[in-house]
Design a protein around this ligand. Structure first.
Ligand SMILES: *Cc1c(COP(=O)(O)O)cnc(C)c1O
Length: 486
């Protein structure tokens, strides 16, 4: 399988435009007084417009084009039925400011989804407001803070993070101004001695990514919870990786107090390039009074909204959350049937371990034991030939695969973080493994200049991060030519 695209650039429509000649206007024989004033719009035919947008769409890569094993992002197939539901006028044309009595249907769906997510996570109450996993973490820490303050315990400002935690955990704790105590791992797992040394009366919470960023399940989770609770602190479970544990276990069972879901990952919404998302947060009953307002209520007759929550942390997002995503999550979960979610996680874990076994002789996978839904291989053996992980990743594009996550987590040198998800066939897993193995034996020069048949080759990534030029207007400004007004 190779990528079909030849390398080409697609000009902007306004660059394709051709000046209208006199004969064009004469052709229509419209009296001058009735002719529309010429607007400064691209002069192109419908056919050219269709081709323009179709070509642009083909320069992109998505889960609908090919295998997308981007570790930590759970790029599974998004059933098209969910998309149909989200586009129904009853959904798409509801206004979030409508009176609850006129939107009973969506309120019912959201209310039921809260109950389903509570059951899956082993929690007692759920808010659907946060717009992403990272915002869920932020919300969760706000809840933990509100809880401690409510008890008059104001001295807790430290958040403990294992070095295997997801990067957003550090960012969320940092944004709230908390002190971060990072604890080292041992063989890719939380080191309990280090944890015991770190907890104190200053600990606000521990945030645990489980399975962690190495794809390893923290088997000591219950003991971890005991140590943290004994110090009076709370436990936050980063549940972005729920795909690995659905129906098997839950943060509630492990003794955790707060967790978030990434519905866009686990419960299928097309995501990438930064959005869209939904990051519902589940909590144990003692934290319920602090949840964001409004709370969706049901009195056996009608659904409503309760704003009268004196201990609430307030709002974290406009209205009730990203409801179109939440509807997709609801539809996806129901479509799996009673034991379907368990099969999802079984298959996701099987697929990850299958690829791991196929490639680990060529690209070692540090740390011991089974992996869950993803694993992290190392490109270190190729360094002697001058080949870096980024070269392997770029070369995979020539074989028609989206590269895995690279250089993360930092615990593994030249990291390649691979998450196949459950929706891929054995043929795809084999084709990907074959390509990866073949690449490790290819001519270094071929790898260093890859990709060879994508629309865009290598970009200057440092410059792209430092001077992001993200639109045509920004490009014109950077070139010193102001855009003409459209
Ligand atoms: C994706 C991810 C997050 C962040 O979720 P966003 O929706 O991207 O904000 C947090 N933790 C883990 C483990 C993740 O994989």
């Amino acid at each position: 399988m190779t990528f079909r695209q030849a390398r080409y650039d697609e000009p902007l429509l306004c660059e394709k435009t051709r000046p209208a000649s006199d004969s064009d206007t004469d052709f229509f024989d419209v009296p001058v007084s009735l002719r529309r004033k010429r607007l400064d719009l691209p002069q192109v035919s419908e056919h050219e417009v269709v081709r323009h947008y179709t070509r642009l769409s083909q320069m992109n890569f998505g889960i609908d084009t090919g295998f997308y094993p981007l570790g930590s992002c759970t790029m599974k197939f998004n059933p098209k039925f969910n998309e149909e539901l989200a586009r129904l006028p009853e959904m798409a044309r509801v206004h979030p400011d409508q009176d609850p009595s006129t939107v009973q249907g969506i309120l019912q769906i959201l209310f039921e989804l809260q109950g389903i997510l509570a059951k899956i996570s082993g929690m007692d109450a759920v808010t659907l407001q946060p717009a992403a996993g990272a915002q869920g973490e932020f919300t969760g820490l706000l809840l933990a803070r509100a809880y401690h303050l409510d008890r008059g315990d104001a001295g807790r400002d430290e958040v403990i993070l294992p070095d295997t935690a997801h990067g957003t955990n550090f960012a969320s704790a940092g944004m709230l101004g908390h002190k971060i105590r990072e604890i080292p791992s041992e063989d890719g797992r939380v080191n309990l001695k280090a944890l015991e040394a770190a907890v104190s009366g200053k600990t606000l919470a521990l945030m645990l990514t489980n399975p962690n960023t190495l794809g390893i399940f923290e088997e000591e989770a219950v003991e971890i919870a005991r140590i943290v609770h004994d110090a009076g602190a709370l436990l936050y479970y980063d549940g972005a990786n729920f795909n690995a544990i659905l129906g098997k276990t839950s943060p509630g069972k492990m003794g955790f107090d707060i967790t978030h879901f990434n519905t866009h990952k686990t419960f299928t919404t097309p995501h990438g390039g930064g959005g869209p998302g939904a990051g519902p947060v589940g909590v144990k009953a003692f934290l319920e009074p602090f949840l964001p307002v409004p709370i969706i209520t049901f009195d056996e007759r009608a659904y409503g909204l309760d704003w009268d929550r004196p201990k609430s942390i307030g709002k974290v997002r406009a209205w009730l959350g990203n409801s179109a995503l939440l509807l997709r999550a609801y539809a996806y979960i129901l479509s799996q049937g009673s034991d379907g979610l368990e099969h999802v996680s079984e298959r996701a874990v099987l697929n990850a371990n299958y690829i791991r076994h196929r490639i680990e002789k060529h690209l070692p996978v540090p740390f011991s034991g089974l992996r869950k839904h993803e694993f992290v291989a190392s490109g270190k053996p190729l360094k002697a030939k001058g080949v870096r992980t980024v070269d392997i990743a770029k070369r995979l594009m020539d074989y028609g695969f989206h590269p895995p996550t690279v250089y993360f987590p930092h615990l593994v040198e030249e990291a390649l973080m691979i998450e196949p998800t459950e929706t891929e066939s054995k043929e795809t897993l084999d084709a990907f493994s074959d390509a990866l193995i073949r690449i490790t034996g290819e001519d270094p020069e071929l790898l260093k200049s890859a990709p060879h048949n994508a629309a865009v080759s290598r970009v200057d990534e440092v410059r792209a991060a430092r001077e992001p030029i993200l639109s045509w207007r920004m490009l014109q400004r950077a070139k010193g030519t102001e855009p003409h007004k459209a």
